[in-house]
Ligand binder design. Structure first.
Ligand code: 5RP
Length: 426
């Protein structure tokens, strides 16, 4: 008999354990810790039990009966939401992690509902995976688990199929799988999921659905273990300690709205179309082919800034389009708001003209492009723009921006623990 499969399994387990050990280093005295479910999370529970024996004080809230059993047997003190409404840190596994966004699919282990409740109550959700879980788009490797109530299961399954899935009620050992909450699970194959935020909304609206395994904008950080070591991926959401707000700038025809919408779908961040904030007088002027003056633009820029301030007050990320052609305009919109990042969509006149000639029903006539290009003051390095050339598809441009937003840090290489900042894409 070949030993290859068991040695390959041992290698994967070693990676899972390495990711778990790295995440467990985040736990500090007196924390409330969410305990995830699955084979990778089990290594974290084991490591936490060891740290507990060594004197670390913390209490755990488990995400499944299995984890509760393991934690109790290992001597980890458990608590509940009755005593603690807030969790400091949850450590959990995942079935897929999307590169760049760190959006997840979870629930192949069947614990997605409790995992999501615990994640939603957590200040931070650290995800631990081996490298095989990293994907370019969710849905390519595993189906999306959806927890549903048992009553009306057949109807709920059909409704999920109407959304485009092939939905299979989960069977384990020839028996219907029943969750810790007494519910059932549909494993839904949607193929490649291009807009997880929209899909999550649509699944939520299906009567009979309790929860789905899409975790959008929740993971931070992700520890990935591969042959080279453990890498820590920080969420683009955690920017300078606060959720970031992107101002997508560029002349008309640079694709601001298309790219902002793509980003919004991938990141799950609210999107505002800056053009919709123009006063009616500005729209009429542009419609008539008359360029706007600085004075015309000021009330509009102030409205853009007000939207940004609204997001900041709610402590939510966001994406807004705004041509922001002059440095002075960007001062009004961005000023000294540290969480605002400028995305500059750069392109030549010919490409912009081509984009505009394909656009219908917009108030901006292509003839005004020349005046916009003449007015444009490209962002200077001191404005720390993310500059992206627009001669690629919206999906590729969004990928580039997401990568520029995210960072990866190698926390350990092989056996030797090292700390080094890298810009690798995992
Ligand atoms: C359980 C989960 C698990 O975290 C996920 O299935 C990963 O499990 P494993 O670490 O065993 O691959 O979401 O509901």
């Amino acid at each position: 008999m070949s030993t290859a499969p068991s040695s390959a399994r041992a290698e994967v387990n070693a990676r899972k354990r390495a990711a778990a050990e790295a995440a467990v280093q985040m736990v500090e005295n007196d924390m409330v810790v969410g305990l995830g479910s699955g084979s990778t999370a089990a290594f974290a529970v084991e490591a936490l039990a060891r740290r507990h024996r060594q004197g670390l004080r913390f209490v755990g809230i488990p995400t499944s009966q299995n984890t509760a059993t393991q934690a109790m047997a290992a001597g980890i003190p458990l608590t509940s939401f009755g005593e603690h409404r807030q969790i400091d840190l949850t450590i959990d596994g995942a079935d897929e992690v999307e590169r760049g966004t760190l959006n997840l699919i979870k629930g192949l282990g069947g614990a997605l509902l409790r995992e999501k409740i615990v994640a939603a109550a957590s200040h931070r959700l650290a995800i631990i995976v081996d490298g095989s879980k990293m994907v370019d788009r969710l849905g390519v490797r595993t189906p999306l688990p959806v927890e549903v109530v048992a009553f009306g299961l057949e109807v709920t399954g059909e409704s999920l199929e109407v959304l485009g899935a092939s939905a299979r009620a989960r069977i384990v050992s020839d028996r219907p799988f029943v969750t810790d909450n007494g519910n059932r699970i549909f494993d839904c194959d949607f193929g490649r999921i291009n807009d997880p935020a929209r899909l999550e909304e649509r699944i939520r609206r299906v009567v009979g659905v309790v929860e789905n395994g899409l975790f959008i904008g929740r993971a931070d950080p992700v520890f990935v273990a591969d042959a080279a070591g453990v890498h820590r991926l920080d969420s683009a959401r955690a920017h300078r300690g606060t959720p970031p707000i992107l101002v997508v700038m560029g002349v008309s025809g640079s694709g601001k709205s298309t790219i902002a919408e793509e980003l919004s779908g991938r990141l799950g961040w609210p999107f505002e179309e800056g053009d919709s904030l123009h006063p009616a007088a500005n729209v009429a002027k542009m419609h008539a082919g008359i360029p706007l003056t600085d004075a015309d633009r000021l009330p509009w820029l102030e409205r853009v800034a007000a939207w940004i301030d609204g997001q900041r007050a709610k402590r939510e990320p966001g994406i807004i389009t705004c041509s922001a052609l002059k440095r002075a305009y960007r001062q009004t919109v961005i000023g000294d708001r540290p969480q605002v990042r400028l995305v500059y969509l750069r392109g030549g006149r010919d490409l912009m003209t081509e984009h505009l000639s394909g656009r219908h029903g917009h108030f901006f006539p292509p003839e005004l492009l020349r005046s916009q290009i003449d007015t444009l003051e490209e962002p200077e390095p001191s404005e720390e723009p993310m500059t992206v050339d627009v001669d690629a598809s919206a999906a590729q441009i969004a990928d580039t921006i997401i990568r520029l937003l995210g960072r990866s840090v190698t926390v350990s290489e092989g056996a030797a623990a090292q700390h080094s900042e890298t810009a690798r894409t995992l």
